[in-house]
Design a protein around this ligand. Structure first.
Ligand code: PLP
Length: 444
């Protein structure tokens, strides 16, 4: 079948795998071939495929009331219930929620919330946002500018200069260390760089710093021990807000409710999407603390109304999907399960791949992990043209496993949270065949 849609990101793609249906952690193509969904779709199908409870909850809501907006004095019960439920879950002080449709638009919303808030309190100069190298925050104009991957910036006049975005070091010891630097020395150096940058820019011009607790799409980067403690102390000292982008980490992925819990972050603001509804319906949330909300509901006349919102903000069917997802997470103890089988997956990955000649580093937490693929295990030299990830991904697909090549030379794993130990064994068996196959091919 000739593709007549724009294939996302690769406009020239000629071969596409056409996925037809799914069950549990498995998906099947149009020829009936089975694949383990080792990336939970795009880091999102936490409850796997064909979950009838979720489908029924969405259908029931669509039958009852398929649409109601949340503008100008109107609202509906599912969105109110969802906000109430989330308020009991998030680590943000007295949280308030703005709902959207994607991780990207949630981050754009926060960009605007921050501008609006600092204007409302008479500090319009506090407008810069710090992001990190290798951060991924989406593709809309502000989120795309906060993202640091070359392909997301090139050709788009991004980062948009008027958005005042500052870039800081990626907390990735494996690729970022200098010489014989220890992890602790690496952390001190990048924190010191950041402080110099803050002082040079002027702390009173910086609103917030956005961080993925564990960086996902650009290589599953787990910052070293002590990094977040020092980072938060620095940001607090300079009165810069901590904005956690939990779009991948949120809701059990790292073996806890949020990546912030796993990594010891106390966020002021949060954004999340994906696993909020197990991807059965698009929904995202931008979360702000009550002390910010209070200043925003009573803005000065000069600031005026908060002119921002999407037609589908708080879409009733999306809220029904999210409410049912959260109910299942709690009832079936999905986060506890993810912590238990996640620890097993991490242990097995290290046992199988640490000594593999193609693998420089095995990293991850909970049910998210990556293999750094190298051409020389001793020096950690990368494989030319970032061919490592793509080669492993192709061999994996041939062997019935869908994974994702990220940041060129890393292969990422992020299976549905419902995966069992036995299914992890089978996933890693297929992954081993793929890594061996890629090694044999790349050696030639
Ligand atoms: N933030 C993070 C950390 C992400 O990983 C992603 C997507 O993968 C986004 C934001 C953007 O989300 P979306 O693709 O739903 O716009």
């Amino acid at each position: 079948m000739a593709p007549v849609i724009y294939p996302t990101t690769n406009l020239a793609a000629t071969e596409q795998l056409v996925i037809d249906h799914g069950k549990g952690i498995y998906v099947y193509d149009t020829d009936g071939k089975e694949y383990i969904e080792g990336l939970a779709g795009l880091w999102c199908t936490s409850l796997g495929y064909s979950n009838a409870e979720l489908v029924d909850a969405i259908a029931e809501q669509l039958h009852k009331m398929p649409f109601q907006h949340t503008f100008g004095g109107k609202t509906h019960e599912p969105v109110m219930k969802l906000a109430e439920k989330l308020k009991t879950m998030v680590p943000v002080e007295d949280a308030y929620f703005f709902f959207g449709n994607s991780g990207s638009d949630a981050n754009d919303t926060h960009y605007k919330m921050l501008r609006y808030y600092f204007n409302a309190i008479g500090k319009p100069e506090k407008r810069k946002i710090i992001t990190r190298e290798r951060g991924y925050h989406g593709v809309t104009v502000a989120a795309g500018s906060l993202t640091s991957l070359p392909a997301n910036l090139a050709h788009f006049d991004a980062p948009v200069e008027a958005l005042h975005i500052l870039r800081s070091d990626a907390p990735h010891y494996y690729t970022g260390r200098k010489g014989n630097e220890t992890e602790a020395q690496f952390v001190d150096r990048i924190i010191d760089n950041l402080e110099k940058q803050i002082l040079a820019e002027g702390a009173d011009t910086i609103a917030a710093m956005i961080v993925e607790p564990i960086t996902g799409a650009s290589g599953v980067i787990v910052p070293p021990e002590g990094y977040y403690e020092k980072l938060q102390a620095l940001l607090r000292k300079h009165d810069i807000l901590v904005w956690a982008d939990e779009v991948i980490c949120g809701f059990g992925r790292t073996g806890a409710d949020f990546g912030c819990t796993t990594m010891g972050i106390k966020p002021d603001l949060m954004t999340f999407a994906k696993q909020l509804s197990s991807a059965y319906f698009p929904i995202s949330a931008s979360v702000i603390p009550g002390w910010m909300y209070e200043k925003m509901v009573a803005p000065s006349a000069a600031v005026g109304v908060f002119g921002h919102g999407y037609t589908y903000s708080g879409h009733p069917a999306a809220c029904a999907a999210a409410l049912k997802t959260l109910e299942i997470y709690e009832r079936d103890k999905i986060f506890e399960h993810a912590a238990e089988v996640g620890a097993y997956m991490q242990e097995q990955l290290r046992a199988i791949f640490t000594d593999h000649p193609l693998v420089g580093e095995v990293r991850g937490k909970g049910l998210i992990a990556a293999l750094e693929l190298v051409s020389n295990k001793t020096t950690g030299a990368t494989i030319e043209k970032g061919a490592g990830g793509a080669t492993v991904q192709r061999h994996a697909q041939d062997n019935g496993l869908l994974i994702r090549a990220v940041a060129g030379n890393a292969a990422a794993l992020c299976p549905p949270l419902i995966i069992t130990r036995e299914e992890i064994d089978e996933m890693l068996r297929r992954l081993k065949i793929a890594v061996d196959g890629a090694y044999a091919e790349l050696k030639e």
